[in-house]
Ligand binder design. Structure first.
Ligand code: NAI
Length: 324
């Protein structure tokens, strides 16, 4: 058997962790011929629950799962890691200001970034899922100066998949007929799902829907879907978030012509260099690359700028807290 790939999952005992780990162990993250070794990082109070999940993983007798390690020490969890899924984060509690939330997450993602810097494998790829995902990814990346910046990404694939599904339902087409969907900006209510580059049946999607629907239904439905799920389910998206994490990493490793991911900006499309913002990306050879040369109309420009402004404010806030 080939050498197993070490996949570290933080927040392993949480809801997304529970929906994610079995799919990773079954081969869906990297491919059906790639053995994996799981490392589960949790806070001390949740290690026991993670052990319970590990027992269930054992009970699946997955042919590709070569071992499971459970720890509350980031240095152990990230030692030799090839893929890191940073899911565990500090949720916003009642009365918490944004600065408090960013500060609390800085206390998680700063040390995790340092541990990745010191101990991860040379080919480490990091996906941050825990919110605020883009800025948590920025904190981790800035604390890992020896790791190439493009190894740090944040998840907007769930937003991308939500946009595909909403558009497919509207046009009564299978999702597979939709090409070139893009989410721009922050994984937050300011994100911009773009139908001016998406194509259905070879024609621009925005031209196949009413502009009122695009502006007043599509964009808010995609951007506020997380809140709608909480309202309906009484808990936040978990299986769909896990599914998106699988899609993100699978495409990053195995290649894709076009998807959405939050990656470190090189200044493309007027997004300040260094921000971790969602773009249309392709992947080849294990690297994401921002798709270049798209024309941005005035409507899209305003939306992208608004979301990027929010990211800039988040960056300034964590900088003023000394987290980056
Ligand atoms: P959860 O609360 O069920 O689980 C979080 C787990 O993280 C808990 O088991 C907790 O003990 C653990 N944790 C907290 N601090 C940790 C640390 N320092 N190290 C290791 N583990 C730690 O939450 P759930 O539902 O699994 O969601 C996880 C995160 O994903 C949340 O921040 C949520 O907002 C975010 N999310 C992001 C999405 C995206 O599209 N980017 C979509 C859905 C959720």
């Amino acid at each position: 058997m080939a050498t197993p790939v070490k996949v570290t999952v933080t927040g392993a005992a949480g809801q997304i962790g529970y929906a994610l780990l079995f799919r990773i162990a079954s081969g869906q993250l990297l491919g059906s011929n790639v053995p994996v070794k799981l490392s589960l990082l949790e806070i001390p109070q949740a290690v026991k629950a993670a052990e319970g999940t590990a027992m269930e993983l054992d009970d699946c007798a997955f042919p590709l799962l070569s071992g499971i390690e459970i720890t509350d020490d980031p240095n152990t969890a990230f030692a030799g890691a090839n893929v890191a899924l940073l899911v565990g984060a500090m949720p916003r509690k009642a009365g918490m200001e944004r600065g408090d939330l960013l500060g609390a997450n800085g206390g998680i993602f700063g040390p995790q970034g340092k541990a990745i810097n010191e101990h991860a494998a040379d080919d480490i790829k990091v996906l941050v899922v825990g919110n605020p995902a883009n800025t948590n990814a920025l904190i981790a990346q800035q604390n890992a100066p020896d790791v190439p910046a493009d190894r740090f990404t944040a998840m907007t694939r769930l937003d991308h998949n939500r946009a595909l599904s909403q558009l497919a339902a509207k046009l009564q087409v299978p999702v597979t007929e939709i090409k070139n969907m893009t989410i721009w900006g922050n994984h937050s209510a300011t994100q911009y799902p773009d139908l001016y580059h998406a194509e259905v049946g070879g024609k621009i999607a925005a031209e196949q829907v009413e502009s009122e629907w695009l502006r007043d239904t599509f964009i808010p439905t995609v951007a506020k879907r997380g809140a709608a799920i909480i309202e309906a389910r009484g808990a936040s998206s978990a299986a769909s978030a896990a599914n998106a994490a699988i899609d993100h990493v699978y495409d990053w490793v195995n290649g894709t012509d076009w998807t959405s991911a939050a990656v470190v900006s090189d200044g493309s499309y007027g997004v300040p260099e260094g921000l971790i913002s969602s773009f249309p990306v392709r992947a080849a050879g294990g690297r994401f690359e921002i798709i270049q040369g798209l024309e941005i109309d005035a409507f899209s420009r305003d939306r992208i700028d608004a979301s990027v402004r929010e990211l800039t404010e988040e960056r300034d806030a964590v900088a003023s807290l000394g987290l980056i």
